[in-house]
Ligand binder design. Structure first.
Ligand code: HPA
Length: 266
């Protein structure tokens, strides 16, 4: 797939990122920073050091790239991301992905926190993304690249590897469709019922634009949702960001184990 000039990153990357020559990118969602404990951190680069990269104003999102090793694999981890709901344009939301591409990565793991809208998918577990419904009403490609094929947005081959390793590790890993919405409010029960009828399994406010951007740049993508809560109306009580963060921290261990098994051989 050819890279599209309009969607390339033309800024200057810090030499630490270029020199490290990372093979794989990992975007961490809310509350998932404990994944870093598994890695050998080499260096960090604040988003503020890179022109054209928005910072992040969301609690639980640090706003830096972490250069790290996991076994023999060199990774760049985006700790924190920009969201449409913060008021950023789609092209700003995906600037971090273009930076990762410019640093040389060929593969990308996107993670997020999401509410489950599938009554069989229990909160506290992970869902690997098989596909997505982009209901944000937007795209990072507006005004630029046109008509890209999105029929395999999340790599089937990579998914098979993760599925098999999860099985051998005894980790229950759901697979399903992520519904990306604008936010910033959580959904109404009627919206959650609609997402379920549309074929969605989990809902969140990130990831879909990043996956589109990465595919256009020819990066192989996989995605994981930490199911932090029942979607509105499916569980008891109301939704709270603090609870969502806490659930992310508690569930991080399973994904750490899985990534630790798969990524060193990626
Ligand atoms: N809805 C949208 N985004 C989310 C949710 C949710 O229920 N949980 C975590 N992120």
């Amino acid at each position: 797939m050819p890279a599209v000039p309009e969607n390339e990153f033309f800024g200057k990357l810090p030499s630490a990122m270029v020199d490290f020559a990372p093979e794989l990118g990992l975007v961490l969602g809310s509350g998932l920073a404990s994944i870093l404990d598994l890695m050998e951190v080499v260096e960090t680069v604040s988003y503020q050091e890179i022109d054209g990269l928005p910072g992040t104003g969301v609690p639980g999102h640090a706003g830096r790239f972490v250069l790290a090793r996991l076994g023999a694999t060199r990774l760049v981890i985006a700790e924190g991301r920009a969201h449409l709901y913060e008021g950023y344009a789609p092209v700003a939301v995906t600037a971090g992905i273009r930076c990762l591409h410019a640093s040389g990565i060929k593969r990308l793991v996107l993670t997020n926190a999401a509410g489950t809208v599938n009554s069989e998918f229990q909160p506290g577990r992970w869902m690997m993304l098989s596909d997505q419904l982009n209901l944000t009403g937007s795209s990072p490609l507006l005004g630029g690249a046109h008509f890209f094929d999105m029929s395999e947005i999340y790599s089937e081959a990579w998914r098979a590897t993760f599925r098999n390793r999860a099985k051998s590790l005894g980790i229950e890993l759901y697979e399903g469709i992520y519904v990306g919405v604008l936010g910033p409010q959580y959904e109404t029960p009627a919206e959650v019922r609609m997402f379920c009828r549309l074929g969605g399994d989990a809902v969140g406010m990130s990831t879909v634009l990043e996956a589109i951007q990465a595919r256009v740049l020819g990066i192989e993508v996989s995605g994981f949702s930490c199911l932090t809560n029942w979607g509105a109306g499916l569980g008891e009580g109301s939704l709270d960001h603090g609870e969502v963060m806490k659930a992310g921290v508690e569930a991080a261990g399973d994904l750490v184990d899985l990534l630790g098994e798969v990524l060193p051989g990626a």
